[in-house]
Ligand binder design. Sequence first.
Ligand SMILES: Nc1ncnc2c1ncn2[C@@H]1O[C@H](COP(=O)(O)OP(=O)(O)OP(=O)(O)O)[C@@H](O)[C@H]1O
Ligand SMILES: [Mg+2]
Length: 196
Amino acid sequence: MSDLAKPMISEDGFKLQESLDKIKHIIIVLSGKGGVGKSTVSANLAATLSMRGYQVGLMDVDITGPNIPKMFGIEDEGLDVQGEKLIPVSVPPSMKIMSMAFLLQTRDTPVLWRGPVKMTAIRQFIEDVRWGDLDYLVIDMPPGTGDEALSIVQLIPKADGIIIVTTPQEVSLLDARKSVTFSAQSQIPIIGWWRT
Ligand SMILES: Nc1ncnc2c1ncn2[C@@H]1O[C@H](COP(=O)(O)OP(=O)(O)OP(=O)(O)O)[C@@H](O)[C@H]1O
Ligand SMILES: [Mg+2]
């Protein structure tokens, strides 16, 4: 097993596992470059699965540039808390959405966090959110294979697959190759390739 694919082990690993055990399939939407359509693909994939009758979670892991709420017109929603868990925002017919945007005071508030803090936030997005039983969890990543992508593959080493999004431009394809290598190193199969 490569270092990248090593699962994170912690005292409260069971809490993470408890949340993951209720999710049947996990799909990560990734790209090497920014602005190529990841959030659009994630939103449409989640909405399509939901319209087909599946229970779907959509997790916006773009901590510094969360766009998913805007795409569903729910950017002014806040999160309720039940017990120790955050309740994701529900969107019909059967979607649950979690995003950093719900936690920011204003739309213009920047998030100035370094890697380890982002890692903690992403972990909490999985284990401290009441996702419940899901058929699919779609994860919208920020661009590149940095802190957030590493956190996700360490927290969820058994994700079902990665969808790589790119544009036809050479620079975008060049960066997409890095996502392919990342997928191989993290031992999560590429299940789709979307060229916008
Ligand atoms: N197939 C498409 N045709 C035309 N425009 C598109 C297409 N897909 C996405 N867009 C537009 O391109 C812009 C960027 O899309 P999106 O936010 O989905 O990209 P992203 O990869 O998530 O960006 P970021 O890296 O900043 O998170 C948006 O304005 C979106 O509406
Ligand atoms: Mg995006």
